[in-house]
Design a protein around this ligand. Structure first.
Ligand SMILES: Cc1ncc(COP(=O)(O)O)c(C=O)c1O
Length: 406
């Protein structure tokens, strides 16, 4: 039989989806599985986006320009201006999801063997985009006990080699929900300039921001014109994950030109979904405010509920819709499997994401679990009770040692 490629063999499984067959097994037994594992929001897509597709006045579903429809890019430029980012439509490339923007950024900026430094834990699919581009991810570890704050500049600097070409941040963060402070971003910008690196910022959770202040975008920071690449998406903003529309935005014309060649090779982003995304730009501010308040409530129910469980530590996330908690357990991969296979509380069980899959450093995150609070409050309450009861009987409970000098 012909052999599978090294890349094919080495692509990591998604920590978010790898337990799906076990969850299906639990469902087959009649259990209600509460999905805290995946960031698929239950929020309604803005009706004007759906309506735009329904009333589409086209007789041919043709390709769009490789960089996306100009009317949509003009609309996007106005949207960016409303969040403090001044860019022209020519600096915006519409992509097939934020995923493709990440892949384009890697392929346009890094050679095979080049290194990108990423604070870990990080969105696990970065591994896939890096593997595709032959890029090496160098992790810099952020700590749960620091609320996953941006690691110190010394920690970044120690990792910079002649192969380092870029730093990638996700703000607000997945999986941590961390929102970086402006002064941390400023120091990071200094470092990027000092070493002449690209700064790729994944800002797909921009609107999910719980202190009321818009997160600073890398494209609103001065002096980063040649360095900054913004990755964006409609998936979470308008609850349009299935549209597969994102954007790569940069003022660096050479990066744009290089990315454009990859864009032309894949012909165009989805036509119908661009029509929906353009209409979604008219979503009123009240839609986001309602969602923000709903998610804040969900976050509080989850985080406060978890903190009441003995041995659980959970920093308060400032944005996105994920929380990472430390559980008093031996191994999160074993626990996440066990709870689906061997535990139920009043007919329900919970699907969680083991946080080990969000680290590049082997062995890290073994006691950490990522949860997406994308469900109604009543379901989140049920999930927290289920977790609390599970931890009473899980055979691999490891209680943190109390301070003792004996
Ligand atoms: C941090 C982050 N970046 C990018 C993506 C991919 O987004 P898209 O659906 O636009 O490809 C996701 C999806 O969950 C994500 O969490």
């Amino acid at each position: 039989m012909p052999k599978i490629s090294f890349k094919g063999l080495n692509m990591p499984d998604s920590p978010i989806r790898k337990l799906t067959p076990i969850a299906d097994g639990a469902k087959a037994l009649g259990r209600h599985v509460i999905h805290l594992n995946i960031g698929q929001p239950d929020v309604q897509t803005p009706p004007m986006a759906m309506e735009a597709v329904r009333s589409m006045d086209r007789t041919v579903l043709e390709y769009s320009p490789s960089e996306g429809f100009v009317s949509y890019r003009k609309g996007l430029a106005s949207y960016y201006s409303s969040v403090g980012v001044d860019v022209t439509p020519e600096q915006i490339m519409v992509t097939t999801g934020g995923s493709e923007a990440l892949a384009f950024a890697f392929m346009a900026c890094l050679n095979p063997g080049d290194e990108v430094i990423i604070p870990e834990p990080f969105y696990a699919n970065y591994n896939g985009f890096a593997a595709t581009a032959g890029v090496r991810i160098v992790p810099v570890t952020a700590l749960l006990d620091d609320g996953f704050a941006l690691p110190s500049m010394d920690a970044f600097e120690e990792l910079i080699t002649e192969r380092t070409k870029a730093i990638l941040i996700c703000n607000p963060g997945n999986p941590s929900g961390r929102k970086y402070e402006n002064d941390s971003l400023d120091t990071l910008a200094e470092l990027v300039k000092k070493h002449d690196l690209y700064l790729v910022a994944d800002e797909v959770y921009r609107e999910f921001d719980y202190d009321g202040k818009l997160s600073r975008s890398v494209l609103s920071m001065e002096g980063l014109e040649d360095n900054a690449i913004l990755v964006d998406s409609v998936s979470k903003r308008y609850s349009m994950c299935g549209a597969r529309i994102g954007a790569l935005v940069t003022r660096n014309a050479s990066v744009y030109r290089a990315a454009m060649k990859f864009a032309m090779a894949r012909l165009s982003p989805p036509t119908m979904a661009q029509v929906a995304s353009e209409a979604a730009l008219k979503t009123p501010a009240s839609y986001f405010e309602e969602i923000r308040l709903e998610y804040m409530q969900r976050r509080d129910v989850l985080v406060e509920g978890l903190r009441e469980i003995p041995g659980v530590v959970c920093p308060t996330p400032g944005g996105a819709f994920y929380a990472v908690a430390r559980f008093p357990i031996d191994d999160c991969d074993v626990f996440c499997k066990w709870i689906l296979e061997s535990f139920q509380w009043e007919g329900a069980t919970v699907m969680l994401a083991p946080n080990t899959g969000f680290y590049a450093t082997p062995g890290l995150g073994k006691q950490e679990i990522r949860m997406a609070y994308v469900l109604e409050v009543s379901e989140i309450r049920k999930a927290v009770t289920c977790i609390a009861e599970a931890l009473k009987v899980y055979p691999g409970v490891v209680m943190p040692r109390t301070q003792s000098h004996s």
